[in-house]
Design a protein around this ligand. Structure first.
Ligand code: TYM
Length: 335
């Protein structure tokens, strides 16, 4: 049987958190053996908001180490840094020239992010086109992401179909978003009405960062916003969003079904027990990841070697695809 091709990416903007892990990374790792995989640290995407250069350099390597520590296996998956593969930026220009501006102006993430900034960079508007290229240049069938990226994957589908129609060819594979049933939208612990996000994660108590110490994780869970009741059950009542979020985290980490999760807390004396129970499973899940991360960061030469190998593999797939596109679009290939 032909293996499906998977592509996914993550931005090295620091503060990588439990939402990123449960919504994305863990699912990438779990299905590696069944697929042909490309996992990318999308540093060019991070430049769509201002960055400190030294910090971005550190975060890029650090995130690659986190992905490996979370179980991405370089034998089973190509792991690389986006800017190491020139086809991404080059091909993005080509896709820009077939993507209507209105498609980008409609993106909810652009509308949210741009509303919060005084000066909006062109790259922020163009971000989903760069992302579409990431996916399309590898002929990816599947894109495992959290809920918040679904609209961007749908845009990648639209761009693929438009290119295929314009050039009358079956050139791009039209990719599918793969959204997990549990954990696709982990909410902030301090405010269960907003999703857990890297940009809010500097605020103590908002997120569980994958590299947080156990004490810090315990602190954040103990402070988690709940409600004035005592009932520990899954619910879509906005009042109970905090409890629902804690149960969802517990469920995503343990893999238990709803009934088994609720049964685990049937004897709880109150939300304090729920918070402790969730904190414990999260701490135990993150402990080995953190140990592996430390070991990987102790040998950055080996990490760089792995990333150089990944970039070479990625280039071999994406550059010919972009070269072919150039030809289809009427550009003269160098003699
Ligand atoms: P990024 O870096 O914001 O997030 C990485 C992944 O984590 C998921 N995620 C969440 N899942 C559950 N709950 C949350 N609170 C939560 N927050 C984030 C995201 O959905 C994502 O899957 N544009 C992308 C990166 C990207 C990409 C790509 C993804 C660039 N090119 C190509 C797929 C394919 C982004 O900024 O993700």
């Amino acid at each position: 049987m032909n293996k499906k091709t998977v592509f996914s990416g993550i931005q090295p903007t620091g503060n990588i958190h439990l939402g990123n892990y449960l919504g994305a990374i863990r699912n990438w790792a779990a299905r590696q053996a069944e697929k042909v995989n490309y996992f990318c640290v999308v540093d060019l995407h991070s430049l769509t908001v201002p960055q400190d250069p030294a910090q971005l350099r550190f975060e890029t390597r650090s995130l690659a180490a986190v992905l490996l520590a979370c179980g991405i296996d370089p034998q089973a998956s190509t792991i690389f840094i986006q800017s190491h593969v020139a086809a991404h930026a080059e091909g993005c220009w080509l896709l820009n020239c077939i993507t209507p501006l209105g498609w980008l102006q409609r993106m909810t993430q652009f509308k949210d992010k741009s509303a919060r900034q005084e000066s909006v960079l062109t790259g922020l508007l163009d971000y989903p086109v760069l992302m579409a290229g990431d996916i399309l240049f590898y002929d990816a069938d599947e894109v495992p992401v959290g809920e918040d990226q679904k609209q961007h994957v749908e845009l990648a589908r639209d761009i693929a179909q438009r290119f295929n129609a314009l050039y009358n060819a079956d050139f791009f594979v039209v990719p599918q978003p793969i959204i997990p049933k549990v954990g696709a939208r982990i909410m902030g612990l301090d405010d269960p009405a907003v999703k857990m996000s890297k940009s809010l994660a500097d605020k103590r108590g908002h997120a569980i960062r994958l590299l947080d110490e156990p004490d810090e994780i315990m602190y954040a869970f103990k402070r988690a916003v709940t409600d004035s009741g005592r009932e520990i059950r899954f619910s879509d009542d906005p009042e109970k969003a905090g409890v629902n979020n804690l149960l969802t985290i517990y469920q995503a980490v343990t893999g238990k079904d709803n009934a088994a999760v609720e049964a685990d807390f049937a004897g709880a004396r109150g939300y304090g027990d729920l918070k402790m129970g969730v904190a414990e499973v999260v701490i135990e899940t993150l402990r080995p990841i953190q140990a592996r991360y430390k070991a990987l960061m102790d040998d950055t030469a080996e990490l760089d070697r792995l990333l150089a190998y990944g970039a070479e593999q990625a280039r071999a797939v994406s550059q010919p695809k972009v070269d072919e596109m150039k030809g289809m679009m009427g550009l003269v290939m160098p003699g």
